[in-house]
Design a protein around this ligand. Structure first.
Ligand code: HEC
Ligand code: HEC
Length: 164
């Protein structure tokens, strides 16, 4: 080896390490709570039961305490009865809590709606009022009205089509 080569290599290694750290920071930051790159945690029972009336909302879009609260009140679920047999409720609850998001909310009651979270409102602040009122959308909770691949857990920009 030429004198100085190992120092040179060392400098490259340090630079690469730094870059890796920076990239993982950037990643952590934008992965924080927007959930767009969901590595789609899946569970067959959850998909079937929680996807019966609306898309099965991805677990990472709410923190564990929210899922816990939702699962404890399925008989009074936004005006519907979504109750499950105890074993199914346990399995789905465990799946949701295990894959929950880490975004915490202000102290007090856990938030029950993804659509009421800050990140949701920020992510959707450019959607005009008339779009929310479009009968083809009906409710902001109707993700699949615009996210054409919501069914498969994909909310990426390429799958978005705003109904007219
Ligand atoms: C019997 C029908 C039904 C079933 C089954 C059901 N839901 Fe719902 N869910 C609803 C209705 C109705 C709403 C309110 C939708 C709206 O506001 O447009 C709702 C809303 C929600 C919301 C809030 C959406 C938002 O951000 O506004 C979450 C979270 C949710 N459901 C989770 C679940 C989970 C988890 C399961 C499975 C354990 C489940 N749901 C099963 C009917 C159901
Ligand atoms: C009325 C149409 C509409 C509805 C309904 C809707 N979204 Fe969106 N969503 C959008 C638009 C528009 C954007 C912004 C895309 C952008 O800024 O590039 C977006 C962005 C997102 C993003 C970030 C995507 C990215 O790659 O940046 C996520 C995640 C998301 N929405 C999830 C949801 C979920 C979950 C629901 C249902 C609870 C929902 N959305 C309901 C239209 C909608």
């Amino acid at each position: 080896m030429m004198p100085g080569t190992s120092r040179y290599l060392h400098a490259i290694a340090v630079a690469m390490l730094l870059m890796g750290t920076m990239m993982s920071f950037a990643h952590a930051d934008d992965d924080d709570d927007d959930g767009e790159r969901m590595p789609a945690a899946r569970n067959a029972l959850w998909q079937a039961e929680c996807g019966a009336c609306h898309v099965a909302y991805p677990p990472r879009l709410l923190p564990a305490e929210s899922w816990h609260a939702l699962m404890s009140g399925l008989d009074r679920h936004f005006g519907s009865d979504a109750s499950l047999a105890p074993a199914a409720e346990r399995e789905i609850g465990a799946f949701l809590e295990k894959n929950a998001g880490s975004n915490r909310h202000a102290a007090g009651k856990p938030i029950l709606r993804i659509t009421e979270t800050r990140w949701f409102q920020r992510e959707h602040d450019e959607v005009p009022e008339r779009t929310w009122k479009n009968p083809k959308v009906k409710s902001p909770a109707n993700c699949a009205a615009c996210h054409t691949q919501a069914e498969s857990g994909n909310y990426g920009e390429h799958g978005i089509r705003i109904p007219r």
